[in-house]
Design a protein around this ligand. Structure first.
Ligand SMILES: Nc1ncnc2c1ncn2[C@@H]1O[C@H](COP(=O)(O)OP(=O)(O)OP(=O)(O)O)[C@@H](O)[C@H]1O
Length: 428
């Protein structure tokens, strides 16, 4: 199915959506128009307001102002369940299903076919197989959902939503933890839904994926609408400019710096030679130079996370050497790594990176305190100074030290893990 015409009537029409959290305006009069059979990317830097828009449009949080129309009719969902009942379903990055139940039970949770009060399991499994076949999936629906990859779990969540008669499907960063092959499976499903006339809002940080699958984009910045554009013919640099709000020349002039760093042959800041752990990560070599960002690329399961955990001492290496500033050091624990100036932003932010119930200040101080040891508590005045410094340095928005960290956007709260290795941090 082609891109729907720009003058086609909107399926979902959001106007002037506004939402503040205390003094901070997270959304300021934002519009979004989605047409039937359209895949519409919702883009913006961390903290731009994408999640707030989704939550306010689907009744997860109350909006301060704005209207939402589905097929021309004004709607006002007061909860996620009400949004689903009106035809708008959201599938989040962390799939909201029950991993210990079977695939079929998850697909029909709360609406199992029954007879005389008993669940008709065979019929439910048959229906589940037929439903998934429509998405090109042929799997054992009696097996627990947890037995399957995140991609399959996403497809199950999408299938359930569509079966609950979703006409608008919101996918909030569904590809963040998928490998290339799994992204392709998900895209196939998205194309199928598009051909059925379902409108999809797709939140992602991967611009290549936007160009691969989307028809139109809406860009937000600091809670405001920057613009809506068709993807075809939109240069990538122009898109980046819309997201960052900086001129292209400014983005371009950073290149020579990068080339100079690449040509740097001075002593590495840190290096790892034949570093590894048996039955965990094969021995590898990693060289970190001043001012560089080293990307670890690979498919899911290839050992990227494990490599990072070894470098930070979260798993102890059993072979190889680590060298920091030319001196061989032992990195057998996070404490060793922190002492040598390493910081770590873990993949599992909520469970490993932050304490969600504590404030920004408490999380930053906690990270610093780990390095100082528990016998030398940081005096309150120093805590305030250091917290203010990190809030500036890490660009934590809103710059409120007393805000519970769990309320910040995903990537912003992840940055708060960084002070752990501050000395300043050499590598993270
Ligand atoms: N429940 C909340 N309470 C207070 N502030 C919030 C809450 N939810 C979001 N915010 C703030 O609103 C702003 C927009 O956040 P939002 O999560 O919508 O951004 P985002 O574009 O989805 O970012 P990311 O890509 O990092 O998920 C941020 O400054 C965030 O700190």
């Amino acid at each position: 199915m082609d891109t729907p015409r720009a003058d086609a009537p909107p399926l979902l029409d959001i106007r002037g959506l506004t939402k503040s959290f205390a003094a901070q305006r997270a959304l300021d009069g934002v519009d979004l128009t989605l047409r039937a059979g359209e895949i519409h990317a919702l883009l913006g830097e961390n903290g731009a307001g994408k999640s707030t828009l989704i939550k306010a449009a689907t009744g997860i949080i109350a909006r301060d102002a704005g209207t939402i129309r589905l097929d021309g009719r004004e709607i006002d969902p007061k909860s996620g369940a009400e949004a689903v009942a009106t035809g708008i379903a959201t599938v989040y990055q962390e799939v909201n299903l029950l991993p210990n139940l079977s695939v079929a039970e998850n697909l029909y949770l709360g609406r199992q076919p029954t007879r005389f009060g008993l669940v008709r399991s065979a019929e439910m499994r048959r229906n589940a197989r037929a439903l998934l076949a429509g998405f090109g999936l042929d799997i054992d629906v009696a097996a627990p959902l947890a037995d399957y990859s995140v991609a399959i779990q996403h497809i199950c969540a999408i299938a359930r939503s569509v079966d609950l008669s979703a006409r608008v499907l919101i996918l909030d960063e569904p590809t963040a933890s998928l490998d290339v092959h799994e992204v392709e499976i998900l895209f196939r499903v998205m194309r199928e839904l598009k051909s059925r006339g379902i409108g999809i809002v797709f939140v992602t940080h991967f611009l290549d994926q936007v160009y691969a699958i989307c028809d139109r984009i809406t860009v937000l910045r600091n809670g405001r609408l920057v613009g809506e554009r068709p993807v075809a013919g939109l240069p990538k640099l122009e898109l980046v400019r819309m997201m960052l709000g900086r001129e292209l020349a400014e983005v371009e002039t950073r290149r020579p710096e990068r080339d100079a760093v690449a040509a740097d042959t001075s002593m590495p800041l840190a290096r790892f030679d034949a570093f590894g752990r048996s039955r965990y990560v094969e021995p590898f070599e990693l060289v970190l130079r001043r001012g560089t960002v080293v990307g670890l690329a690979g498919l899911l399961g290839s050992g990227r996370t494990e490599t990072a955990r070894l470098v930070f001492g979260a798993e102890a290496a059993d072979c190889g050497t680590a060298t920091v500033d030319g001196t061989t050091v032992r990195i057998g624990s996070p404490r060793d790594a922190v002492r040598h100036g390493f910081g770590f932003c873990p993949e599992e932010r909520k469970t490993e990176g932050i304490v969600a119930e504590l404030t920004v200040r408490e999380n930053i101080v906690l990270a610093l305190q780990a390095r100082r040891g528990w016998t030398r508590p940081l005096p309150r005045r120093e805590q305030d100074e250091i917290t203010a410094r990190f809030i500036r340095l890490l660009d934590i928005r809103p710059a409120d030290p007393d805000r519970p960290i769990g309320l910040l956007s995903g990537a912003t709260s992840r940055r708060c893990c960084l002070p752990a290795g501050w000395r300043p941090i050499r590598a993270c």
